[in-house]
Write a protein that binds this ligand. Structure first.
Ligand code: FO1
Length: 311
């Protein structure tokens, strides 16, 4: 089928779905809109984890078991950093450092995050459009029982242990959608807009918080279908299950559908949970993505649900 596929993604689960999409439709038809709320400056470097996880995953360089960084990474830089008593809570592999150093250099030279991301995607021959949600800084912070934490301090340094009371996205109010983001959502040739099974509160909400994006999705001609991050009554990876409990939410697909109310037209749910209480158009499949075939199956099922909704 022709037509553009737009996918909103962040984190590890998101990258898996995009890789699945790459198996079922030409890369040139895919536009990924990526969360940049995880971005932060560390040791003077501009770090953009969700962009990098996607670049590594789609280029076959990712450390799949770890979910971030490169397969076969070496750690000479970290050993030297530790010997100098540098901050060592955030691990920067030797190969990974090339991304951070080059990105930081290009940004300092005046390039935009969009331009740098497109340059890296082209260098690795990925073929799809990878768009940061915004070229303006947006920083996810979590208010916890241990105080206010920038995202990486919560996620990595504190290993998501603090109880989350609230989440905010500093800079979102004045951030503009990156070039191409609104255009892709509104494109008449766009036949489906997918929200990957990323953490809705931590990885998708920052994208929806950029002024103009939520409204564009709500008004989009193409159906918007989310893939639920819940499998068998809990989220597969990361802090989603714990976070939902802390936010006073039941870990159900009904809660996911409620969270995306007004934005999505359909929800793809796992066969272990079924569609009870979802209330909007939905489809049921095995959404556990362990193998490449799994990822292709989930991507295909999401596209078929979108097609059914487009009717
Ligand atoms: N996640 C960790 O749990 N520990 C790390 O030391 C770590 C380093 C790191 C370096 C570069 C990068 O792009 C991602 C990195 N991540 C690490 C993952 C990062 O915290 C992301 O925010 C998560 O993938 C969630 O999106």
């Amino acid at each position: 089928m022709s037509g553009r596929i737009v996918v909103l993604t962040g984190g590890v689960g998101g990258a898996k779905l995009v890789l699945g999409l790459m198996q079922v439709c030409p890369a040139e038809q895919i536009t990924a809109i990526v969360n940049t709320g995880d971005d932060f400056r560390h040791l003077g470097l501009a770090i953009s984890p969700d962009i990098d996880t996607l670049l590594y995953t789609l280029s076959g360089k990712a450390n799949a078991a770890q979910g971030w960084g490169r397969e076969g990474e070496t750690w000479t830089f970290m050993e030297a950093l530790k010997s100098l008593r540098g901050e060592d809570w955030f691990l920067l592999g030797d190969g990974d450092m090339a991304l951070h150093v080059l990105r930081s250099h290009l940004l300092a030279s005046g390039e935009t995050p969009s331009s740098v991301t497109a340059r890296f995607a082209a260098a690795w021959g990925l073929g799809l459009d990878i768009l940061p949600m915004s070229d303006d800084p947006v920083a996810t912070h979590v208010a916890t029982d241990q105080g206010d934490l920038p995202f990486q301090r919560y996620f990595v340094e504190q290993r998501c242990m603090p109880a989350v009371r609230a989440i905010r996205f500093d800079g979102a109010g004045t951030a503009r959608p990156a070039p191409g983001v609104i255009e892709a959502i509104r494109d008449a040739s766009t036949r489906a807009i997918l929200i990957a099974p990323s953490n809705p509160w931590l990885s998708v909400d920052p994208i929806l918080a950029v002024p103009g994006i939520r409204d564009a999705l709500a008004a989009a001609g193409a159906p918007v279908v989310a893939v639920s991050p819940i499998v068998g009554g809990q989220a597969v990876k990361g802090p989603t299950t714990k976070l939902m409990g802390e936010l006073g939410l039941a870990v159900t697909n009904a809660a996911i559908a409620d969270h995306y109310a007004g934005v999505i037209d359909g929800l793809l749910v796992d066969q272990r949970d079924g569609g009870a209480g979802v209330g909007i158009a939905h489809a049921v499949t095995d959404t556990l993505m362990k193998t490449l075939d799994d990822r292709a199956r989930v991507a295909q099922a999401a596209l078929e649900l979108a097609e059914r909704i487009a009717g």
